[in-house]
Write a protein of this length. Structure first.
Length: 271
């Protein structure tokens, strides 16, 4: 468990991605610096709150499919962020009360709130560790207590790998997939920048550059770069698509020419 005294180390002069994401979802675990930054973001892309909600909706859909169609009953949610609507353990345990979930994040606010939420939950855990170090994650006591890596695992990477450079991200995913058996799944959401000079590229670049003001390591990926992250996986239909291509037209809540195209999603199975 984390030392809750670590919260004294939070820098209130800098925005936190976990808190910004929570704020976009309508959460309350944020500070003035986060609120100011979100106000600037919304001037560029007012659809971002709906996009983040649809990201959560898709991740819940992926967990449901892994549980019901794939028989998965244990999940590793990497870069989980702050507890929010449609938490992985809630979705998974709704389908299978015996399902286990381990959340992973290194944000101090996320660790504190996540561990507090799960303190009395014997089937869900929160490991305060950096997801880009798979060995440290997989050997963390909360992970070893929560997961049986000899059985298939559902791995989630929702809106987090834009913080990790592509060569390293490819290796990170490969390391996690090497540690789990055939029949395991990976659910991925990642922001898109086609970098082709078109209207979507201009829109995406404007958001990307604003995010980089607070989080310089962020870099969106092209479709080809995102596909590289999924190498070796059998993709569940409809494959690697943006959010507007995943849901039926009558279930769309995002513009097919705007923010709805900014997020690529994919669910893949390890053969």
């Amino acid at each position: 468990m984390a030392d809750y005294g670590q919260l004294d180390l939070i820098d209130l002069d800098r925005a936190s991605q976990a808190r910004v994401y929570d704020l976009l979802l309508g959460g309350k675990n944020n500070f003035e610096v986060d609120r100011r930054f979100v106000q600037e973001l919304l001037k560029i892309a007012p659809e971002l709150p709906e996009l983040t909600r649809q990201n959560r909706r898709w991740l819940a859909e992926a967990v449901g499919r892994m549980t019901t169609d794939g028989g998965i009953d244990q999940f590793l949610d990497l870069g989980a962020g702050l507890p929010t609507a449609l938490n992985t353990h809630e979705v998974a345990q709704r389908a299978n009360a015996a399902a286990k979930v381990v959340y992973v994040d290194n944000d101090l606010t996320a660790i504190s709130h996540g561990q507090a939420l799960l303190a009395d939950d014997k089937r869900s855990f929160f490991a305060g560790v950096d997801l880009t170090d798979p060995a440290a994650v997989l050997n963390h006591p909360d992970v070893t207590a929560g997961l049986d890596l000899t059985r298939p695992v559902g791995i989630l990477l929702g809106l987090v790998l834009h913080n990790v450079p592509s060569p390293k991200a490819v290796q990170v995913i490969a390391d996690y997939l090497a540690a789990v058996p055939s029949g395991s799944y990976l659910a991925l959401t990642n922001p898109l920048n086609p970098r082709d000079g078109g209207r979507l590229a201009e829109f995406s670049t404007a958001i990307e550059e604003k995010l980089q003001d607070a989080f310089p390591q962020i870099r969106f990926r092209t479709r080809a770069e995102t596909a590289e992250l999924l190498g070796g996986l059998e993709l569940v239909k409809p494959g690697l698509v943006d959010l507007t291509a995943w849901w039926p037209q009558d279930e769309q809540t995002l513009s097919s020419t705007g923010a709805g195209q900014l997020l690529l999603v994919a669910l893949g199975r390890k053969p």
